[in-house]
Design a protein around this ligand. Sequence first.
Ligand code: ADP
Ligand code: ASP
Ligand code: MG
Length: 416
Amino acid sequence: MQVFKFGGASVKDANGVKNIAGVLQKVGYKNTLIVVSAMGKTTNALEVVIKNYFENRPELQSSLQEVKKYHNEILLDLFPNEQHPVYKKVASFFDELNSFLKSNKSPDYNFVYDQVIGFGELVSTLIISAYLNEIGLKNNWIDVREQIKTDNYYRRANVNWDETQRLITANFNKSVLNITQGFLGSDPNNFTTTLGREGSDYTAAIYAYCLNAESVTIWKDVPGVLNADPRYFENAQLLHKISYREAIELAFYGASVIHPKTLQPLQGKEIPLFVKSFLNPEAPGTRIGKNIALEPMVPCFIVKKNQVLISLSSLDFSYIVEENISEIFNLLHSFKMKVDVIQNSAISFSVCVDNIYNNLDKLLHHLKAKFKVTCHENVSLYTIRHYNQAAINQIEEGKTVLLKQLTQETVQIVSK
Ligand code: ADP
Ligand code: ASP
Ligand code: MG
């Protein structure tokens, strides 16, 4: 078995869907499962729908209409005959979404989010499956919610591995080309759950684990994993080989090319992960596996924009010790701040955090009651793995460095 994952960028339009067929024909699709995300930016568009719904905004209908129109244009390009049954099937998914919004009584944002957002992947895989069937790549469409079971922690559900393994073992037909949705699962009451934004990579890893697959390939708009995000760094270089450990570190520090949860199940069974270009499918891309030395051995850069640097010192020049630190961390945890860097000295303590849930004001209010607080918003956090002086100079040039921390393999620089 091989598992392929195609992300939103690869299926952002009809040509993208045709290109998937091209990739499968070029590299082979025997004993293959393809896991696909929502098309283009559909997940973001559905997030707008959910917001409009919860805020009772009049734009609700137009935001929904936009999602339908986008998919309809792709359908028209792929299936010129509007009598094709795929039109009815897509329409019935959108009807289901409409009736959910009409009948829902739950005030739970996260629950509603998952029930609505999942239609992106459901519709996308329906269209792609129908297109592949149409051109002779016969395939079996799987509703992933019947195979990946989770708890009901909506928006960041945890996989029930035993139940998932049992369902996949009992129901998955390995001898045909299968297609299913990334990102989704279902809870014990069969309500849709999601695995966290960008979670489709993780879905591919879950299947690979349960199917004892030979490999997973993530098809991207870049040639593979590069030593830096090409959107922010010129001359980013392709990394030919990386160890699981290095990939986990890169994902942890924020390299958005692989979802951080993806590596762990693969590492457990030593299933290699390839990252390749869907525009050049025969090129080798990047191979991630066990105990592979980074090749080439070059500094790797990761940037996280829009971070917040908070520095605290005691009001009376007393030391910041275990007790204060534990209090600070309790506050960071209760306001759901993701901590990227920590630095402390006798009377001061700094953290660089990601303010994902917009709780900064509340956090600062609590901290100011106990500490002298300085806060820099909108700072960038640069992480360089396998750094050298030239790499550090490249990042620091022309910037004000607010915090810098070196360990043997990694340097982190917070700058304005
Ligand atoms: P998908 O369509 O699979 O969701 P994404 O857009 O999430 O794909 O991920 C691909 C993008 O990740 C690339 O276009 C690139 O800008 C970005 N990226 C960030 N860090 C890296 C890196 N180290 N190597 C390659 N791409 C990276
Ligand atoms: N469609 C989801 C998202 O955009 C999942 C994914 O693409 O991996 O977050
Ligand atoms: Mg993505």
